[in-house]
Design a protein. Structure first.
Length: 249
């Protein structure tokens, strides 16, 4: 089967998903790596419901150490999930940050299972995951003006088929006074997505001293037919870009 796979897709690496510290066939797996029938590792690195970060670290480090010793030149791509394994809900934002920090320090990549975000319990993960994706892709929030958005739901959710007025506050986080600038048309929607319409109450941003803030309102209209899920918007001025993710219900 492995030989057939390599012949069918010669440029694609072949990993063994699920091979972890509990596997009983380590000698066989090592031989397959020695023969280059397996080219990479894909250990399970899920966070289990009720597990401590210390215990997760121990399991993760054991998998990385074992894989590295078995085939030092073969990359390692752990599988992670934002929901706790064995029936748990979304992991806490700081747990997701911890997992990504370990993965970035010790592995060559990561595979993320992303279940549908269908309620406000996903908000902490959505926010942290947006930050992590920005760091990985080099599109993180930037500039002296940091934007915070507060939907009227009181969390990160908005309802389909209605217009919501979202207060957005810009704060000068730098040590210098910023020049006057203006809000820009929102960007960051996935290609082909046309289920959103946005406009600003006030476009012109005044000059702000260090630590000073200014507030405007984003009017966000979501079509009734829009699919429930997460949406990433970039709140931009001429000198700043803040990633903002929310959940459509």
């Amino acid at each position: 089967m492995l030989t057939w796979t390599h012949n069918a897709a010669p440029s694609a690496p072949v990993c063994h998903y699920g091979y972890d510290w509990l596997t009983q066939n380590q000698n066989l797996i090592k031989q397959l790596h020695d023969d280059n029938l397996l080219n990479c590792f894909a250990p399970r690195a899920y966070f289990y419901a009720g597990q401590s970060l210390t215990d997760w670290d121990s399991d993760f480090d054991a998998a990385i150490s074992r894989d590295t010793a078995m085939a030092p030149t073969h990359p390692i791509y752990p599988y992670v999930s934002p929901t706790a394994f064995n029936g748990g809900g979304y992991v806490a934002g700081n747990t997701w940050a911890h997992m990504f920090s370990k993965v970035k320090a010790s592995a060559d990549g990561v595979v993320v299972w992303e279940p549908s975000a269908t309620d406000s319990s996903a908000c902490a993960w959505v926010s942290q995951n947006s930050y992590e994706m920005g760091a990985i892709t080099g599109t993180g929030s930037s500039g002296p003006l940091s934007a915070t958005a507060a939907p009227p739901s009181g969390n990160c959710t908005v309802t389909r088929g209605s217009q919501v007025a979202v207060p957005v506050t810009l704060t000068n986080t730098s040590s210098s006074t910023t020049a006057a600038t203006s809000m820009q048309t929102l960007s960051g929607l996935p290609a082909g997505v046309h289920g959103y319409d946005t406009t600003w109450q006030y476009w012109n941003v005044p000059s702000l001293a260090p630590g000073a803030s200014w507030t405007t309102t984003l009017y966000l209209q979501t079509d009734t037919s829009e699919t429930a899920g997460t949406v990433l918007l970039h709140i931009k001025t001429g000198i700043s870009d803040t990633r903002w993710s929310f959940v459509v219900l």
